[in-house]
Write a new protein. Structure first.
Length: 180
């Protein structure tokens, strides 16, 4: 190899190296911008994450809603952060970014619903209201008062007056028994 061909080879290598570094810097800047872009721009979005979902499958669901585009940035986000997400119902508020959403999914910061036992309700009214809440799994619907009280650890107790009028919080899929 002559001196001029080595010089040309070195120049080609340096140009290719410079182009590669420049491309990596551009990709890194695009990724950093992606991390801070709001996913939710206008209104609150409720997101159901099922057992076995991955960050990519959740991102695909968001893509169908027109909120993002699933590409290499989601894979890098998953690799850079602990992406073991937890199942549940999540609320994404306006301004939520991909990193903010991922942190909530990893922390299991699920949406909590309210249920208020109104003072003066009979147990029948309480149980009817519980049975009508689609966010709860109904397991006590067919139980009589004795069985209910037995399962609550108060065998032989009268059911009326046992439930404190208060607001209680639960997550979608909790059992009505757990709330009681």
């Amino acid at each position: 190899m002559t001196r001029s061909s080595r010089t040309i080879a070195l120049l080609v290598f340096l140009v290719a190296l410079f182009a590669g570094v420049f491309a990596l810097l551009l990709a890194w800047e695009e990724y950093r911008a992606f991390e801070g872009e709001p996913l939710v721009e206008e209104e609150t979005v409720r997101l159901q994450v099922r057992n076995g979902d991955t960050l990519r499958s959740v991102a695909r669901r968001l893509e169908t809603l027109g909120m993002t585009r699933v590409d290499w940035r989601w894979d890098l986000l998953s690799r850079r952060h602990d992406a073991r997400i937890k199942a549940g119902e999540y609320q994404l508020d306006r301004g939520t970014t991909p990193v903010g959403m991922l942190r909530r999914l990893v922390a299991g910061d699920v949406l909590r619903h309210r249920f208020t036992i109104v003072e003066g309700w009979t147990v029948d009214e309480l149980r009817a209201t519980l049975a009508g809440d689609a966010r709860l799994r109904r397991v006590t619907t067919d139980w009589d008062a004795d069985r209910l009280m037995e399962r609550l650890g108060c065998t032989g107790c009268f059911d009326e007056g046992r439930f404190l009028p208060e607001t209680y919080f639960f997550v979608r899929g909790d059992r009505d028994l757990d709330l009681l």
